[in-house]
Design a protein around this ligand. Structure first.
Ligand SMILES: Cc1cc2nc3c(=O)[nH]c(=O)nc-3n(C[C@H](O)[C@H](O)[C@H](O)COP(=O)(O)O)c2cc1C
Length: 203
């Protein structure tokens, strides 16, 4: 492994709307990661425009190509940060659907199978909500799903941003220093885990 190589962080947004609070938080996490010397890529799951999982699509045309985009992005990352709202105390369907599709993708050419790309990959969790708990209720479900079904190594440190509708200034940065410190703590911990577990890159 080249110790000088920057850690590459994939930041995934799981929101389904324009003006998303979680997308704003994901952008903030990317900026924080870059300040730490990492490279960061933001992937908006909504933009992938995956259809709802359908066994007939899988059996016919096959797993949609967009699932391959997600697999390639995860495979290229040293760590994955999921920034997502909760719906009724659960991870939103956009996230579960994308990961479900990914779990059905077999290896193709140089691209690994979906479950191979996620196995052993460090992951971190952030959420944002206008509510008082900031999406906290869904995080244990998401943690369990990523660990149990995808063999990801989910870092114990997580943060749920409450009152997120009042949390960002006009430039999209977090106003509250304590919230910024909490996000930084999650990002830095995940980068450290990613660096520690990084597979040898190109050597
Ligand atoms: C179907 C649905 C269920 C929701 N359930 C919750 C919830 O359980 N907890 C919560 O804090 N907010 C809940 N919300 C509100 C979301 O947190 C809010 O819409 C938030 O802005 C979504 O994140 P985004 O801005 O990144 O899209 C729910 C919203 C929808 C549409």
């Amino acid at each position: 492994m080249n110790p000088a190589a920057p850690v590459h962080l994939l930041v995934i947004s799981g929101s389904s709307r324009t003006g998303s609070l979680n997308l704003a938080l994901a952008r903030e996490a990317c900026r924080i990661a870059e300040v730490q010397g990492a490279t960061a890529r933001l992937l908006d799951l909504r933009a992938l425009d995956l259809p709802l999982y359908d066994g007939d699509i899988e059996a016919g045309p096959g797993v949609p190509a967009q699932a391959g985009e997600l697999i390639a992005a995860i495979a290229a990352a040293d760590a994955v940060l999921l920034v997502t709202p909760e719906y009724n105390g659960f991870p939103p369907p956009l996230v579960i659907n994308a990961f479900d599709w990914m779990s059905r993708a077999r290896a193709s050419g140089t691209q690994p199978a979906g479950l191979k790309a996620t196995a052993g990959k460090p992951a971190g969790l952030l959420s944002a909500s206008p509510g008082p708990l900031g999406g906290l209720r869904s995080m244990n479900y998401l943690r369990q799903y990523l660990q149990m079904a995808f063999a990801m190594i989910v870092h114990p440190r997580q943060f749920a941003l409450s009152r997120a509708d009042q949390a960002f200034d006009a430039t999209g940065e977090l106003k509250d220093e304590k919230a910024r410190e909490a996000v930084t703590g999650v990002v830095v911990s995940l980068l450290q885990l990613g660096a520690a577990l990084a597979a040898p890159r190109g050597e």
